[in-house]
Design a protein around this ligand. Structure first.
Ligand code: DAH
Length: 360
């Protein structure tokens, strides 16, 4: 028993004179660790006489508790004094000027979408959305592009297995190749009059200086009882002039073909290309910027809209192309390279929200 008493005094003295956290940990391991002195003594209890074992057991348990407690208390004290020492040597100069925060910038794609939405919003159209993963019917068939239609080949579609697996072509899914399927979703889910714009991501398997596998479009759709081609032309001309900031910008409607519109047109704006210099505005050249037309009666009927009562127009604008033209960005691939130097050059202040009144 006196041996145990000595052990107790020895351990408590060691804890008392320990110099820091490392020292304390060493003492803890040597006394209470798996092979520590107290642990070993406890293992030896089994071989003792029952009476002695009981007494020695109690004393050992008491020593164990006492030493553990002393180590914990000393650890706390050491941690505090180590922190005090650090605080005393490290200094913090609160009088230093604040480091200027780098301002975040709006990407030209977001800026262009905001501008298009601001202009067309002013004309009474509101934003609608649809899924990026579409089914064949919304992306093609309902838009009057049946399975064997050549327009399907032009779209370089990314196909995904349908719900029925890889084999079943009828229910396969696609990454939407244009924003036009949202026309279908809106007509299926609401009653005319309809006036929507649909900005969003679109996908085609194509990659070069003017094509990217993911790009952006804005779709427009207006359906009402008396909507006619004059409304389409007025809307598009106003839009082009506001977007490019040229009041008398020449705008030309050239007959074209889209399966979902009849008649269809492609829209060109006036420009000059002289000696490698390119300018939007008056000039002797034309530049194609969007597709449009009067919604094909077949599309209205596919969406259960009475085509003898309602008619309307639609258009599709490529966002990257508009941004490249307006802001002089030569290579479409740079939009997606996430190069901060590029963004610092072409980006826009987040605090200047585009609007028709405040400026685009
Ligand atoms: N969806 C067409 C495309 O991606 C663009 C387009 C053309 C949309 C004419 C329209 C439209 O709504 O009327 O090539």
């Amino acid at each position: 028993m006196s041996e145990l008493d000595n052990l107790r005094s020895e351990l408590m003295a060691a804890v008392d004179s320990a110099a820091g956290l490392d020292d304390l940990e060493k003492i803890r391991v040597s006394a209470l660790g798996k092979k520590g002195r107290i642990t070993e003594l406890m293992k030896g209890l089994g071989a003792m006489d029952p009476d002695v074992r009981k007494q020695a057991g109690q004393i050992l348990n008491a020593i164990k508790g006492e030493v553990a407690e002393a180590i914990e208390a000393k650890k706390q004290g050491s941690a505090n004094s180590e922190l005090d020492a650090r605080l005393a040597t490290e200094t913090l100069d609160v009088s230093l000027p604040v480091r200027p925060a780098r301002e975040g910038l709006v990407h030209p794609i977001s800026q262009t979408i905001d501008e298009v939405v601001a202009i067309l919003g002013e004309l009474g159209l509101s934003v609608a959305e649809g899924p990026d993963i579409e089914d064949d019917w919304h992306n093609f068939t309902a838009l009057n592009i049946p399975p064997d239609h050549p327009a399907r080949q032009e779209h370089d579609t990314f196909y995904l297995p349908g719900r029925g697996g890889d084999e079943n072509e009828d229910d396969r899914l696609v990454l939407r190749t244009h924003t036009s399927p949202v026309q279908i979703r809106t007509m299926m889910n609401s009653e005319p009059p309809i006036r929507i714009i649909v900005p969003g991501r679109t996908y085609r398997c194509d990659y070069d200086a003017t094509h990217s596998p993911m790009f952006h479009q804005v779709e427009g759709l207006v359906i009402d009882e008396n909507t006619h081609m004059g409304h389409l032309k007025g809307c598009i001309i106003d839009f082009c002039r506001a977007f490019f900031g040229v009041d008398d910008l020449p705008v030309r409607f050239r007959p074209s073909y889209f399966p979902f519109t009849e008649p269809s047109a492609e829209v060109d704006i006036g420009c000059t290309r002289e000696g490698g210099e390119f300018r939007i505005g008056h000039g002797d050249d034309w530049l194609e910027i969007l597709g449009c037309g009067m919604v094909n009666t077949k599309v209205l009927e596919n969406c259960n809209i009475d085509s003898s009562r309602y008619q309307g127009f639609a258009f599709g604008i490529g966002i990257e192309r508009m941004a490249m033209l307006k802001y002089g960005i030569p290579d479409l691939r740079t939009f997606y390279e996430s190069d901060l130097r590029w963004l610092r050059h072409y980006g826009f202040s987040a605090l200047r929200v585009p609007s028709m009144v405040g400026g685009l």
